[in-house]
Design a protein around this ligand. Sequence first.
Ligand code: LRH
Ligand code: MN
Ligand code: MN
Length: 386
Amino acid sequence: MTELAAVKAALKTQAVETPSWAYGNSGTRFKVFAQPGVPRNPREKLDDAAKVHEFTGAAPTVALHIPWDRTDDYAALAKHAEERGLRLGAINSNTFQDDDYRLGSVCHPDPAVRRKAVDHLLECVDIMDATGSRDLKLWFADGTNYPGQDDLRERQDRLAEALAQVYERLGDDQRMLLEYKFFEPAFYATDVPDWGTAYAHCLKLGPKARVVVDTGHHAPGTNIEFIVATLLREDKLGAFDFNSRFYADDDLMVGAADPFQLFRIMYEVIRGGGFTPDVAFMLDQCHNIEAKIPAIIRSVMNVQEATAKALLVDRAALAEAQRGGDVLAANAVLMDAYNTDVRPLLAEVRAELGLDPDPVAAYRRSGWAERIAAERVGGTQAGWGA
Ligand code: LRH
Ligand code: MN
Ligand code: MN
């Protein structure tokens, strides 16, 4: 196989999981701008996700968030997905939207609240059994606002105890993905603030526990690709939550704020042997003002573009320049790949797969946006404040 053929073959295998919550209305703390035609229930979210997959050929799974996607029959929801050529992906837990969680969930000082939180996580594993999902994605809003508010060490003990109970419940083919975030909603101390804390817990739990890197969850200037390289070396990278940020956890379209960073991340994924189903590429975005479905299509394409550039890095030339200590040549090899316009290559890949080379244009022509705007009245808010 020529090198270009190998790059194309790799691109054809890439799958990007889309989040159910990105299809519904969402907003900032100040305002939710309702859009015409947004889904009114989880089934309609899947109908929209099917359009993203139809036009990109690269978004076969959809992540659910419980309770935002609560239904009384998860097997039926999985069937609804299957009938549209989709599968249900990661089950995201939610222990942050209940009055009981004011002082935390699994780290709460009161054992009764911790029990309630763990029960929710166990319920999420039951849902995984019904949907056939492999991954349980855990993000905890737990933390404290003031020094002295609670015992930092004890909170880690409580967290470890809760995670161990959930880990025990996992089936042989199921995984637990632990997500970290350095701030928000707690402002003094967050209980899982960084990859090191997440890694330490996952290491203790065992091989079914892995770390999630949400690209919006770091302090400005953090070298995320270094974290990716490190987690891959330790075989502890489970997934990405892709989005982009200018200031905080902005949840904008991936690749919009810093496409160069996304390229550097994808290069480390490929370099570190992470371009396999063991590392899930998920989107975690909350679109505020732009139309949902084309924004998600755009995001999938942005991931594909960063991946294509990363696959094009001449690794032999790079290694030679690095070994020779040739700083400029090494940097030039990387930049050559980054500066390549890969859009024609991806258009070719799509044509070879029988897809329209321009997924956004094809979606616009399809009439789906007009159809859902006419048919769906009273779409729900998804995501924050749901
Ligand atoms: C937290 C987070 C986490 C949640 C999602 C809605 O900021 O990234 O992944 O589940 O947002
Ligand atoms: Mn996330
Ligand atoms: Mn987030």
